[in-house]
Design a protein around this ligand. Structure first.
Ligand code: GLC
Length: 744
């Protein structure tokens, strides 16, 4: 194939591209890229530089409040736009790119960004569900496939992974992240960044990733989205920052600043957070984009009086690009004239933007991602659907299975399938579902009918997701009475979680719970399959329903994945990445809590307790059952005194004591018994998945390094302190065996 090397001959009149031979993958070594970026920068006017720091959304899919903005296409011609988001498809992106390349003075290519959160066209489980797999390979694969599809559809950049730690299930965006734990969240952040960006961004199947929302967004008080966050620096650094730091170390090329007020200074204007920690302490060389309008929203925050001050605060904090705020475009020249910012600062930000465009090979070929033939050959490939099915079944968490209701027998005579989620295709792809479509979803109803034969499936919707209509109860109860087994497919509608979807009452919505309990009274074998984007309050149904399978929002391959588990072809192996409270009144409730001076229980007066509910959650972090059972024995530490901080080895035997093979996620927790600041009662410091045949025993080992014992002390200094530690190993954060060691 004829190779063409692209030599950019830039002249003051604009870019004169003389195409001789272009390598299939451009040379995007850092040195080469920065040299090219500087050569373009040298040609740019101030207006064109400011234009590169401006991002507008396409009119197709708005993902935020529509901001006023000049005529979009003319802005591109005038060099006032560096990036667009929500422009979808190879054809549409080519059309818009053509305006930048053929009608602007310097022909600088646009970067197209989009929210590829859990798949682009092939939709995977929501990230919280995927986190329940505790499977790093699954997370990397799903991001890889999301990137491959998105790149084939003209996208250069995804606003993912969302790595916000969330301890409050009322917050709707808990569905987008990896739950409550910094260690699990960090491992998944790394995997997703690698999945999206691959080994080299010159590869046509890779896209830029974006660690968001930097930072502390999940700490929203009362679980209300966009609301105030207030925390100590130690909490910020030990709980909320680790997944961001892990993403940065994994090479994420962009960050997105968050909406929230953080300790009195909104994250988007927070110099300590962006300039001091991200760009200086962590030496981040990538680009920081604001969230949608988060620069101008500092006005209602009340920390600035107008757009001029908002631009000043954000740009000096380190935000390089303004998403849909229209602030940099209108205020930057005045800020420069008044000496609030310098042209050197502007050049630095523009360099960070141009660097990405060279890394992606867009100067060599601005249309390389916009190929309609590749797009049609790539989307919804059978192998992608197979991966989505595998990811979904690995995400399911078996919460209860009394009397071995599960797995079901495929020769069952009749099954009553009841509930609003049974055949709700659109709800199975949930929020942030990219270009996914319900018409490609295989629902639980569809798959059950395929496997059992339609005549054996007695379907009745019974209730809606979230209203008081009980008119469907009679038909549902009639079906339940006739059937051998009841499957209740209930939970939240797909859009009841996600951005701006906080709920104060996190019970199973509408009248579904009433219907579930009515059916449970029949005393038949019954399984509740739950579809939800957040932990729900399951205390009542857990009392009366013999089996509960947490399915989250499973994606395009919902039905096949669920039937694989329901009929035992796949033994469920998921573990909760987030605590399921006993009562909403316990929130915030999380496993890595402090001990307090009066740790207690409901029975003990004058201790930390409630009169009306236990302190413990209904289901703890890390919890998940299997169709088999596992026993933990012989926990051995390589030493009981650890002096020179070489890694401590922890070994434990795991036995499959049941009758079927299964995969167990072995979890390692550490407790520092005494510190110069109070320390959590447990902290996850390792996990590994082991597949065991019935009766098989394996020895699992972990290394505990100095980093694992380090924390921010009373002076805010990171390091270890001598003293006694406990090691816990087990099947969840409550059910463990333990040993101790001393750090000298
Ligand atoms: C939204 C979200 C952010 C998303 C962006 C672009 O407001 O907060 O997560 O990436 O806008 O859609």
């Amino acid at each position: 194939m004829k190779k063409i090397i692209f030599l950019a001959a830039m002249s003051i009149l604009g870019i004169t591209a003389c195409k001789t031979v272009v390598k299939e993958t451009p040379d995007n070594s850092e040195k080469e890229v920065m040299k090219k970026a500087d050569s373009v920068l040298a040609l740019m006017t101030l207006d064109e530089k400011i234009g590169q720091l401006n991002q507008f959304s396409g009119d197709g899919e708005l993902t935020g409040p529509v901001a006023l903005r000049p005529d979009l296409l003319q802005s591109i011609r005038d060099g006032k736009v560096g990036s667009m988001l929500n422009i979808n498809g190879a054809d549409y992106t080519r059309k818009i790119q053509k305006i930048a390349i053929e009608e602007s003075r310097l022909k600088i290519p646009l970067i197209f960004g989009y929210d590829v959160i859990h798949g682009y066209k092939t939709i995977f489980p929501i990230p919280l569900g995927e986190a329940a797999s505790w499977d790093i390979e699954v997370a990397e694969r799903s991001a890889r496939i999301g990137a491959t599809e998105a790149a084939a559809a003209g996208q250069h950049w995804t606003f993912a992974p969302m790595v916000d730690i969330a301890r409050d299930p009322r917050w709707g965006r808990i569905m987008e992240g990896s739950g409550e734990d910094p260690y699990l969240g960090s491992r998944l952040a790394e995997a997703r960044v690698k999945g999206f960006q691959g080994k080299n961004l010159a590869d046509i199947t890779t896209i830029l990733a974006c660690a968001k929302h930097y930072a502390g967004y999940g700490n929203a008080q009362a679980g209300r989205d966009y609301y105030t966050t207030d925390m100590s620096d130690n909490t910020l650094r030990e709980i909320y920052l680790p997944p961001f730091k892990a993403a940065a170390k994994a090479g994420v090329e962009t960050f997105m600043s968050a909406f929230n007020d953080l300790n009195g200074v909104p994250a988007t204007g927070n110099k300590y957070l962006i300039h001091d920690i991200l760009k200086t302490e962590w030496a981040f060389k990538g680009m920081v984009v604001s969230d949608w309008g988060s620069i101008s929203e500092m006005i209602p925050h009340g920390i600035v009086a107008n757009k001029y001050e908002a631009g000043d605060l954000a740009f000096n904090a380190g935000v390089d690009m303004d998403m849909e705020g229209n602030v940099y475009l209108t205020e930057m020249k005045n800020l420069l004239k008044d000496g609030n910012i310098t042209e050197a600062q502007i050049d630095e930000s523009v360099r960070r933007v141009l660097r990405l465009k060279f890394l992606l090979g867009l100067f060599e070929d601005p249309y390389r991602y916009s190929n309609t033939e590749r797009e049609s050959q790539t989307l919804l490939k059978p192998e992608f659907l197979a991966e989505a099915r595998d990811a979904a079944r690995k995400s399911f968490v078996l919460l209860k299975n009394e009397n071995q209701v599960l797995p079901l027998n495929i020769s069952v005579k009749s099954v009553a399938l009841i509930g609003p989620a049974a055949d709700a295709a659109d709800d199975m792809i949930g929020n942030w579902s990219g270009r996914g479509e319900g018409k490609h979803v295989i629902t639980l109803k569809k798959e059950l009918e395929t496997r059992l034969g339609a005549g054996k499936v007695l379907y009745a919707k019974g209730a809606n997701f979230n209203d008081s209509d009980k008119s469907g109860f009679a038909a549902a109860m009639a079906a339940a009475r006739r059937a051998d087994i009841i499957i209740a497919a209930c939970g939240e509608a797909g859009m009841m979680s996600g951005e701006s979807m906080s709920r104060a009452d996190i019970s199973i919505p509408g009248v579904q719970e009433e219907l579930i309990l009515e059916m449970a009274k029949l005393g038949k074998p019954m399984v509740l399959v739950l579809f939800n984007g957040r932990p729900l309050i399951l205390t009542k149904v857990n009392t009366f329903v013999p089996a509960i399978l947490e399915a989250w929002i499973p994606g395009t391959m919902t039905g096949p994945a669920l039937c694989d588990v329901l009929f035992g072809e796949y033994n469920p192996s998921g573990k909760l990445p987030v605590t399921f409270p006993y009562s909403v009144g316990q929130i915030p409730i999380y496993y890595n809590h402090k001990n307090s001076g009066r740790p207690g229980s409901q029975e003990q007066k004058f201790t930390s307790r409630y009169l009306d509910v236990p302190n413990d959650p209904l289901f703890p972090f890390g919890y998940g059952l299997s169709y088999t059972q596992f026993a933990y024995n012989n926990l051995i530490l390589s030493e009981s005194i650890v002096s020179d901080i070489h890694p401590l080895e922890v070994r434990v035997d795991i036995k499959n004591t049941g009758l079927v093979a299964g995969t167990e996620t072995v979890q390692l927790y550490i407790r520092d018994l005494v510190g110069s600041v109070t320390r959590p009662v447990k902290e996850l410091k390792g996990f590994t998945k082991v597949m065991l045949k019935a009766g098989e025993v394996q020895t699992v080992s972990f290394k505990v390094a100095k980093e694992d014992l380090s924390f921010y002390n009373r002076e805010g200094v990171w390091g270890t302190e001598p003293g006694k530690f406990k090691v816990f190993v087990g099947t969840n954060s409550q059910n463990t065996i333990e040993a101790g060691f001393e750090l000298k």
